[in-house]
Design a protein around this ligand. Sequence first.
Ligand SMILES: [Zn+2]
Length: 430
Amino acid sequence: MYTYAIVPASVEPAAGRSARREPGLKWSRFGDQVIYWTTGASGSAAVRRVNTLGAVTQSSHGLPFLVVQAGNIFRDEFPDIPVILDKGRYLAVELSDAAVARLSAGNPAEFGFAPLPHNTAVVKEVLRAEHPLRTIDPAMTMLAAQVSSKRLQESLVSLTGFGTRHSLSGGFQHAVDWAADSFQSLGYSVTCSRITVGTGASFSVIADKPGTSADPGLVLVTAHLDSINHLDGPLAPAPGADDDGSGCAGVLEIARILSTRVDDHDLRLILFGGEEEGLFGSQQYVAALSGHDRDRLTAAINMDMVGTLNSAERGVLLEGAPVSQRLIDQLAASAQDYTSLHVDVSLHPFASDHVPFIIAGLPAVLTIEGSDSANHTIHSSQDTLNTIDYTLACEIVTMNLVTAARLLGTHTSINDLVRWRQSTLSDDSD
Ligand SMILES: [Zn+2]
């Protein structure tokens, strides 16, 4: 038996602050809502305190757990499990011992679960007022203006045209060739790095642009090239437009815009294979990283599902861990300075290519469509181009582009400005 109340964060502070001192009472923040709960006996001080906070529910069906899901997969797969609070990718649910056993047998690539973390924020909103108004850097404004929804669309048309990008399919091999050619034509040196996916073989595509510093840092921008169809099997159509064509198109757009610049530090763009089967590409990449690269890795900015708008407001979720807090702050600042995105932050990383980096103690962040990502189409033939909101994708790409450029120590010369102006004059895109 436990007792809980869900309180809007806007009315919570005063009552919440004193309630949080009550022994036996736990709280967990989900953006604009806070759950208070206690497993104390009825009539206890903690239960009385929860009663003062809001509409109270008592439950004897289990205990509160946190679920982190890809898209809306958990809710679709377990419609009978009671959801206490729905924050899109993050759910507070109620689990009995029997339900815990059932979930333990589920697919760990689709959702993760753990007892609800207490006295912490699962998701924290970054309010605009939290960041002091910065002097907008004209060089960054210039970069941001080059992000083109038309080019994102062109890349997505190619990416979704391979039938499936299942890591072990012929379609994936075509996608690898296409991505390698795309990077090469922009002047990057490209490696198709062989990986294993279970007992099969696949690839990650790695594109490098060296910096000019004698002792350069390393900035990574990543996405996963593979797609999957869980409903109809490995050969079935898996256009993977949002998951993760959108991230790949974003990496290629950042590659294009940064390609002609002279930066201090090294830029490395990676399109991983084997993500959908369990993060094979990123795990093997991190395991093989040299000590030197680990030491100089400043940031790994990962883009996964940045194209589908599921809420009224365009937003981005920055998901990392304490090791990536500085990168999260940097991304949030870029979002606030150069986009209109609403920003949510979570330090509960799950199921994308940022996770192996974080486990290795490296500063990685997943950037993903905002906190209400209720995408029902992923991992099926329905993840098609018409799910893409190009304004949203452009904004998230802009945030990542500006952040990468800031970390690369980009100097803008007068020649860059002149070249940019000339290219805008002749540019037929938006
Ligand atoms: Zn994905």
